[in-house]
Design a protein around this ligand. Structure first.
Ligand code: HEC
Ligand code: HEC
Length: 374
């Protein structure tokens, strides 16, 4: 740490101990959760990334049931823009009841993996899967092309992607997904009072930092310290975007399990829509090293991608299967975690925290400040 900064932090923690509870170390760690919003580069694998016309088309398609084979529902039916791009059901209802909870689609630009099990390594592939998934929108590339050709989108589509007859059904499908992806990239959660606090600490503006509630500060201290939450929930999105077993049972019934990352890798490694495939628009295929090098291992069973905690108060219920109703239940889950259930070779990091009611309330108070209007 630079000397002037050390001096400033000592000043901060020394002078206002009553109101800014964090130690020098905790302040340092807190700075790593920002700044917010982050800037994102355009996605080199999608040549329509940041293209205003593609974004507009993507948004219209997202909200239109033309993307499901029977015209029954749209992306927005599950990812409702008025409900933080999710819905309150524990498990998503498509043509069947799916095994998983619908994730909120904000802050997805530039991640390495998508989906609870990481079955995609780019955002347009993650947008493509639901269109052709049998349990979701169940189109084929052919039926999608026909449906959109007969819709009012056809002129916009040709203006962006060229003449219909020059697009094979598969190219048409990929183009549709890239328009959706351009739109999804623009979805981000707003700044919150946590960001004001974090930036005040950075500016050494004590008067502003004091505005942040003490309960939330105590929760943040647990998050960084005894709770070890920051081990997985780190960086400006509060996620390392990797796969872990957080002790959520993954049995679907007596005989079947949700394979989590293991199943995600099975799909990823046989998919034509990865960054290593022909549909990547980036001639250098930057980022393809990840899919080229990733290997399946038994310990991937039942691990899921660490969710971002930005906007988390708006997206109950929680976990990959929506099995926990509210944030308090999530904290109780971590507090009483059954370490016997965790992978033997895995998550030495999680242990029973035995939090008091006060500590549970503090952690919830902190998490709530990661959502707007908190
Ligand atoms: C039936 C409800 C449903 C519909 C319809 C649906 N989704 Fe999803 N979506 C889900 C669920 C459930 C997941 C988690 C899937 C998984 O991880 O296996 C998901 C995951 C995603 C992800 C990955 C998010 C992340 O955090 O990595 C993206 C992107 C996405 N959907 C976009 C779309 C788009 C675009 C459409 C329309 C073409 C769509 N979804 C239609 C339920 C739905
Ligand atoms: C070992 C990595 C790890 C640690 C440590 C960890 N988490 Fe998580 N967290 C995850 C994973 C993985 C999930 C998703 C688990 C699942 O769905 O099966 C998750 C889910 C959550 C969720 C639900 C989010 C949603 O959208 O469904 C919250 C809230 C949460 N964690 C908060 C915490 C808090 C608070 C702590 C500290 C007490 C913590 N986590 C510690 C990895 C971790």
């Amino acid at each position: 740490m630079k000397l002037w900064m050390t001096a400033a932090l000592i000043f901060l923690t020394g002078a206002v101990r009553a109101d800014v509870l964090l130690t020098e170390d905790e302040i340092e760690q807190t700075l790593s959760f920002g700044p917010w919003p982050p800037s994102f580069q355009s996605d080199p694998s999608n040549r329509f990334s940041k293209d205003a016309t593609a974004i507009k088309l993507g948004q219209a398609l997202f909200n239109d049931p033309v993307l499901s084979v029977d015209g029954a529902f749209s992306c927005a039916s599950c990812h409702d823009p008025d409900q933080a791009f999710t819905t309150p059901e524990a498990r998503a209802l498509g043509r069947d009841l799916l095994n998983r909870n619908t994730p909120s689609l904000r802050n997805l630009a530039g991640l390495r993996w998508y989906g609870w099990g990481g079955k995609s390594d780019n955002l347009w592939a993650a947008s493509l899967h639901p269109i052709i998934e049998e349990q979701e929108m169940a189109h084929s590339a052919e039926s999608l092309k026909i449906a959109i050709s007969e819709s009012t989108y056809i002129d916009d589509f040709e203006a962006i992607f060229g003449h219909l007859q020059d697009q094979s059904p598969e190219l048409f499908l990929v183009n549709t997904a890239k328009a959706l992806s351009s739109y999804l990239e623009t979805l981000a959660t707003d700044r919150t009072i946590f960001d004001d606090f974090r930036d005040a600490l950075e500016r050494r503006d004590i008067a502003a930092a004091k505005e942040y509630p003490e309960a939330a500060q105590r929760g943040l201290q647990l998050f960084l310290g005894r709770g070890k939450c920051v081990f997985c929930h780190n960086g400006p999105r509060f996620s390392n975007n990797e796969f872990h077993d957080a002790g959520v049972p993954y049995f679907l019934n007596e005989t079947e399990v949700d394979q989590g990352r293991f199943g995600g890798l099975n799909i990823l490694l046989s998919s034509p829509y990865t960054l290593d495939g022909n549909w990547n628009d980036d001639p250098e295929k930057k980022g393809a090293w990840a899919v080229r090098n990733v290997r399946r291992s038994h310990s991937d069973f039942g691990t899921f991608r660490t969710p971002s905690l930005r906007g988390v108060a708006e997206t109950a219920p929680y976990m990959h299967n929506g099995s926990l109703d509210d944030l308090k239940s999530v904290i109780r889950h971590y507090s009483k975690i059954d370490t016997e259930r965790l992978h033997a070779d895995g998550e030495a990091i999680l242990s029973e925290l035995n939090l008091s009611e006060q500590e549970i309330a503090d952690l919830v108070a902190f998490l709530v400040t990661l959502s707007k209007d908190s």
